[in-house]
Design a binder for this molecule. Structure first.
Ligand SMILES: NC(=O)c1ccc[n+]([C@@H]2O[C@H](COP(=O)([O-])OP(=O)(O)OC[C@H]3O[C@@H](n4cnc5c(N)ncnc54)[C@H](OP(=O)(O)O)[C@@H]3O)[C@@H](O)[C@H]2O)c1
Length: 261
C-alpha cells in the first residue's frame, strides 16, 4: 500500500511519553512511518522496541524527567517533536471523600506536572532553533468531568488544557507550536481489561459493559470508542509541516461525545 506520509518527518527527532502501549504506541508507530527517529518513555521495557530508542523512567517524578532530558540531549542533541501522551488515573472509587491528598498529588504529577517539566527541559533548545512542536494529550474529561474515581484526573486534564494554551501564547511567537488533543474513549488494551473487570464484577457481557461506559459518557454518537490509530493519525498530521499554521488550539477527537459546542 502506498505510504502517503512517507518521509514527511524525515530527519526529525520525536519523543513520545508512554510510547509502549495504547495511544502512545500508535503515535510512536505513526511518527516512525513518517520517517522520524522515535524515542519512547515508560517505566517498564516493552517486549520489542524495534528501531525506537527506549528510555525507562518514571515521569511522575522530577528525577525521572531529568534523566530523560539528559539522555535525549546527550544521545540526540536536539528534539523536534515532543508528544506528552503519558497519563491516566488509578484513584479508588467511593466518591470525593475516598480520594486522599496522595491520590490528588500523584494524579496531578502524572497528568500535568510531568508535561510541564518535560516542556521546560526541551523548550530552550527548540526556542534557540525557532522550531519545534509540542503536543499535550488531555481528555474530554477536561471539559466533561466524570465524578467518582476520576475527579483528580479530570481536574488535572483541565489544568493541562489551560496550561497548553498559555504556553502557546508565550512560545508560538518564537517559532514553537503548542497544541492539545483531547480524546474521548479509546479502545486500548488497558481499557479492554477494564471492560472485562466490569463485566466480571457485574456478571454482564462485554457488550453490556461497553454500553454502560458509553452511557456514563452520555453516549457516543459514533457508537464505539476510537481506535488508537485514529487518534494517532490526527496527531501525525498536527506535527507535520502541513499543520504549520496551527498553534494554541485544542482538538477534541471523541466521535461526537461532548454534547455542547
Ligand atoms: N484510553 C482512553 O480511553 C483515553 C481517553 C482520553 C484520554 N486518554 C489519554 O491518552 C493518554 C494515553 O492513554 P492510554 O489509555 O493509551 O494509556 P495506557 O494504555 O494506560 O498506557 C500508558 C502508557 O504510559 C506509560 N506510563 C504510565 N505511567 C507512567 C509514568 N509514571 N512514567 C512513565 N511512563 C508511564 C505506560 O507504561 P508503563 O506502565 O510501563 O510505565 C504506557 O506506556 C493519556 O494521557 C490518557 O489520559 C486516554
Amino acid at each position: 500500500m502506498e505510504n502517503h506520509f512517507s518521509n514527511e518527518l524525515s530527519g526529525k527527532i520525536a519523543l513520545v511519553t508512554g510510547g509502549t502501549k495504547g495511544l502512545g504506541k500508535a503515535i510512536a508507530d505513526r511518527l516512525e512511518k513518517a520517517g522520524a527517529k522515535v524515542i519512547i518513555i515508560a517505566r517498564s521495557k516493552p517486549e520489542a522496541n524495534g528501531n525506537m530508542h527506549f528510555i525507562p523512567a518514571d515521569l511522575s517524578t522530577a528525577a525521572g524527567t531529568e534523566k530523560v532530558i539528559k539522555e535525549v540531549q546527550s544521545k540526540f542533541g536536539q528534539l523536534d517533536i515532543l508528544i506528552n501522551n503519558m497519563g491516566g488515573s488509578d484513584t479508588p472509587a467511593g466518591g470525593f471523600a475516598a480520594i486522599t491528598d496522595e491520590n490528588w498529588e500523584k494524579t496531578i504529577q502524572t497528568n500535568l506536572i510531568a508535561a510541564v517539566r518535560l516542556d521546560r527541559g526541551f523548550l530552550p533548545q527548540m526556542l534557540a532553533r525557532k522550531s519545534g512542536v509540542i503536543i499535550h494529550v488531555a481528555s474530554i474529561q477536561g471539559r466533561l468531568p466524570l465524578h467518582e474515581s476520576t475527579l483528580p484526573y479530570a481536574a488535572a486534564k483541565a489544568g493541562l488544557i489551560n496550561y497548553s494554551k498559555g504556553l502557546s501564547k508565550e512560545v508560538s511567537p518564537k517559532g514553537v507550536r503548542v497544541l492539545t488533543v483531547s480524546p474521548g474513549w479509546i479502545a486500548t488494551t488497558t481499557n479492554t481489561g477494564f471492560l472485562e473487570r466490569i463485566a466480571e464484577n457485574a456478571k454482564i457481557t462485554i457488550e453490556e459493559a461497553t454500553k454502560s461506559v458509553m452511557d456514563a459518557l452520555g453516549g457516543i454518537p459514533f457508537g464505539r470508542p476510537a481506535l488508537p490509530a485514529e487518534i494517532a493519525e490526527f496527531i501525525g498530521f498536527l506535527v507535520s509541516p502541513k499543520a504549520n499554521y496551527l498553534t494554541g488550539t485544542e482538538y477534541v477527537v471523541d466521535g461526537g461525545t461532548i454534547p455542547t459546542i
